[in-house]
Unconditional design. Sequence first.
Length: 545
Amino acid sequence: MNKKNTFLTGTAFLMLFACRSNDTDTQLNSSGSGAVVKVNFTGLNFADPQQAQPQASLNRSVMNTNPTQTKTDLVDPSTFITTEVKPAAPNFGTQASLGNTIASVAGDPLGNGIKFRVIFYKAGTFQDYRDYIIVNGQTELADPQQGELWLEDSVAYDVVAYSYNANSLPVISSNEKSNISTAKIYFDNTNPDLLYWKGTKTFAKGAQILYLTLRHKTAMIQSMTVSAANPPLTFAGSSIANATLLIPNYTNGEIAFSGSGSIFGRTNSVPVNKSLSFTATGSSRTATNLGNLLINADTNGQKLATFTADITTTDISKSPAITSTTNISASFKITPEYKHDLTVSIKKCGAYTAPGVWKEFACHNLGATTTSSPVVADASIFGAKYKWGSLNTMTTSPIRYLSQADDQSRGTIGPSGWANTFISYNDACATELGSGWRLPTKAEWDGVIANNTLSRIGAPFTDGSYTSAIKFGENLFLPVAGSRTYDNGAVSNRGTVARYWSSTADQNPVSAAWTNGWHLAVTQTSAATNSSDQRHGMSIRCIKD
C-alpha cells in the first residue's frame, strides 16, 4: 500500500511538472512555432566619412559628409603652417544591412567582460530583453538563468542594443520596459564611450542569429602629429611648447529609442582643456598623452574646438641658420560618431636654382589670397597679372596691373585701357614683400627647371581651368594662371600655360630695343624660359636673397 501510494504520488508530481513545462513552452513558443534568437556581437565602429550612413527611418542611406578641415597660416612669405583635422576612415566594414538580413561584418572587438543589452519591441511595446557579456571573444548571456530568447516568428521587431563599453550595465529601467516611444538611455560621464545600435528584424521559425555592430556615439580625437615637412626646416630645442586642446564637452545627455540614435539634451558643459606632451619620431612630433580622447559634444558645423601651440624650428637654408618660434592657433568642428586625426605641418617654399643651391621662394603668387593653401590649385591662389616691370599701384587707365579679382572677372580690356608703352623696370617683389625679396632672374628660372623634378597637377591641362598647377621638387607649387595679351589684354592660356616673369630684359629682335622680357613658360609638354613682349600681363613669384 505504501509503495503504491508512493508510486502514485511520484507519478502525479511528474505529470504536474510536465504540465507546467508544457504550459511554459506554450507561452514562450505558441503552438510549437516561434524563433529562438541568439545574439552574435561582431564589433564596434565609428562613422565612415567615405560611406553612406543609415538614417533613423532605416529605409535609406545618405552621405553624412564630414570633410577634412584645413586651416593655413602664413608665418612669413616663404613659410606656412597647415592644420588639418581629418575624419579617420575605419579599417573594417560596417553593418551590411539593417533590413531582414543582417550580415556579420567584423569591427573593433569589445574587451573581455564587457556587457551590452539587447531589447525587443513589437508594435512599439516592450517584449523582452537579454544582457550579454563578452567572454574570450564570444557572446554569452550575462545571466544564464534568463535562458534562451524566444520570439514570435514572422513578426517585425524594433531592436535596440547598447553598451557603456564597461563590465556593468544599469538595471533596466521602467521606461525601457514600457513603450519605445518613451524609452531612453542616459549618457554616463564615468563610462563615456556610449555604444548604440537600432534596427528592425523579422525572424523566421527556428534558431536565428542576430548580428550586431555597435556604433560609438561620442566623437574621438585619435591622434595629434606635428611635422616639419621639408628639409630646410628642422625642429629646435623643446620644439613644441604650450600645446593645448580646448574642446566643448558635456557630462550629460540621452538617446531616445524612437529618435535618430544621436545623443541630445546636453546641458552640463564641462569643456576639455588638455595640455599635450610630444615625443620625437623622425621629422615629426606625436602627442603621447592624448589617449583616444572621447568628446561628448556636437558643434553643429561650427569650429568651436581649438588647438594652440608654440612651435620652434631652425631654418638650415640660411647662413647662419635661423631659429624662430611661431604661435599657431587652429579651430575645428566636432562631429559625434567620428574619430579625428589632427595634423600640423610646417613647410618652407623654395627650390634648387643650381646644384646644391636651395633658394627660398614666396609660397603664393603676388596678389593671391595668402590665407588659402598654397599647395591646392584653385582660383584663390592664381594671383594678379603684371606687365613686366610694373607695380600693383599702376591701376590708372591705361593700366599695367590687374588684381586677382579683376583678372578673373574681366574679359578683354581693349587697347585704350591696357597700357601699350614700355617703362623702366620696377621690382614688385621688393615693393610688396619688403627687403630681400625680388623677381627671379632668367638664369634662376633656368636653374629651377634643370635642378628640380617637374610634376604637373590637374593634367591634362584644360583651357579656363583653375585646378591646373606645376610643382618643382616638393616645395615650389605654381598655379597655371595663363597671361594677358600685350595688345588688348585678352585672357590667354589660363589653365594651360604657366607664365612667370623674370627680372631679365631682352632685346626685341625686330626693333633691337629692350622691349622684351624673359619668363618661365611651362605647358603640358614643355618647360623653358622664353622671351616675350614686356606688355604682356603675367604672374609673379618672388625669390629671396
